[in-house]
Design a protein around this ligand. Structure first.
Ligand code: FES
Length: 102
């Protein structure tokens, strides 16, 4: 099926471009502009946008896989276990040293 008539892009080409981009970079955001660029083309009239986006959304590789939050990764990207709070009951009663009269 032709998705973009101006640039003669089929749904198979669109899915191949998405699969290729996801394989090349698992964390990249895949946009219609990037798909056009990957196919060596550029949008013309824009009349295909809704069909283009609908076809893109059918591809299971469109979404970025869920990543661990940054605070759980070290500088090399490896994940760490969350650290537990070492606060004690004593540390929550910190005195400022000021009295109410001063
Ligand atoms: S139909 Fe896709 S840009 Fe015109």
């Amino acid at each position: 099926m032709i998705v973009c008539h101006c640039r003669n892009i089929s749904d198979a080409e669109l899915h191949s471009a998405i699969d290729w981009m996801r394989a090349a970079d698992p964390e990249t955001l895949i946009t219609p502009g990037k798909v056009y660029r990957a196919l060596g083309k550029a949008a013309d009239c824009g009349g295909c946008v809704s069909l283009f986006l609908g076809t893109m959304r059918q591809n299971p590789n469109l979404e970025v896989p869920q990543l661990k939050p940054m605070h759980l990764r070290d500088s090399r990207g490896a994940t760490q276990e969350p650290k537990t709070c070492k606060a004690t009951a004593k540390s929550s009663t910190i005195s400022t040293g000021r009295s109410a009269a001063s």
